[in-house]
Design a protein around this ligand. Structure first.
Ligand SMILES: [Zn+2]
Ligand SMILES: [Zn+2]
Length: 340
């Protein structure tokens, strides 16, 4: 079968590998659709801090089951990471910090014709049946949308908050969708790609700014009567725009670091400014079934939909081209890979 891997010299390649054999308690799933996200691009082209497996926004059909919980033909979402529920971190609600979390994965990866789901993932609730009204492509948004929901919860977002977002890539666009749905009173976004800003406007951003053409800080200040926004979200892997967000966020406001920074990424911070203005900086990494089940309910009940964020679909054998398209912010947003 075909599966996609990161090449030593960078980039990705499609390789022929054996279909994994499953053991007691495990599932073999035929991939139906899988989203490419920022961390996949970082694995392929950058200096990643996340594990090397490609494709974690994956849905598919069970083709072999050795678990009583699932049968052949079940349409499922599979989460590659699960938490133990009984360690120091889990007891305190930091599920993505659980030691089990990064040890769990799917085999060989989500960007494969078939993949094996280990017993731990099946047992710990990492496999969820998809409602019949959700198509394969849209279901790939379950994981990234859950990551966004977790970030909004960590930062304490409330209806009525004003928000500025730097970077409206695929995940930034999900922020717009959820913020609009949850009652943000202002969503202002900045990105260097006019293509992406155009879509941002369509899906609900109130102010869209290309910082090479207009002053994002000034426009956000003006829109909030000079006060600044309640929440700033950094959706880029680089920390450079952090300085911009610090000028936009109000006293007592919060900044969420969401885009996965590259290894060793540093930023200069004026701590006296943070201190006297009580500005909090909060990071958010990944998601767990806590948010995934909520997102699934929201999607099932048609409270939210994400299909307009998809700009390209590729077959698995064209993964190389798909990755090149996905990294080109000037002409793509969400790229989804489908099975042959
Ligand atoms: Zn745990
Ligand atoms: Zn993701």
């Amino acid at each position: 079968m075909k599966a996609v891997f990161v090449k030593k010299e960078g980039g990705v390649e499609v390789r022929d590998v054996d279909i994994p054999k499953i053991r007691e308690g495990e599932l073999l799933v035929k991939m139906k659709a899988c989203g490419i996200d920022g961390t996949d691009l970082e694995k392929a082209f950058g200096k990643p801090v996340t594990p090397p497996m490609l494709g974690h926004e994956v849905v598919g059909e069970v083709v072999e089951s050795r678990s009583p919980k699932f049968k052949v033909g079940d349409r499922v979402f599979v989460h590659h990471h699960v938490f133990c529920g009984k360690c120091y971190y889990c007891y305190r609600g930091n599920y993505t910090m659980c030691p089990l979390f990064l040890k769990t994965t799917i085999d060989p990866c989500g960007l494969a014709e078939f993949f094996r789901v280990p017993k731990t993932n099946v047992q710990r609730g990492g496999v969820l049946k998809l409602p019949s009204n959700l198509d394969w492509d849209e279901a790939t948004f379950i994981e990234p949308a859950a990551c966004v929901l977790k970030a909004l919860r960590r930062i304490g977002f409330q209806a009525g908050d004003t928000v500025s977002l730097i970077g409206v890539g695929p995940t930034g666009s999900l922020f717009i969708k959820l913020l609009k749905n949850f009652g943000a009173t202002l969503i202002s976004v900045s990105d260097l790609s006019d293509f992406r800003l155009e879509i941002a406007k369509k899906i609900g951003a109130d102010i869209t700014v290309n910082p090479s053409q207009a002053d994002f800080v000034e426009l956000c200040k003006k829109a909030t009567d000079g006060i600044g926004v309640d929440i700033g979200i950094l959706g880029t892997p680089t920390m450079k725009p952090l300085q911009t967000l610090l000028q936009i966020v109000r006293k007592g406001g919060k900044i969420c670091i969401f885009g996965a920074p590259e290894k060793g990424e540093e930023a200069k911070l004026d701590f006296s400014y943070l201190f006297i203005n009580e500005i909090s900086i909060i990071t958010s990494y990944s998601t767990s079934e806590v948010e995934i089940t909520t997102i699934l309910e929201l999607m099932k009940n048609r409270r939210i939909s994400f299909n307009e964020i998809i700009t390209h679909k590729y077959k698995l054998s064209d993964a190389e081209e798909a990755f090149e398209t996905a990294r080109n912010a000037s002409r793509s947003l969400k790229v989804v890979i489908e099975n042959e």
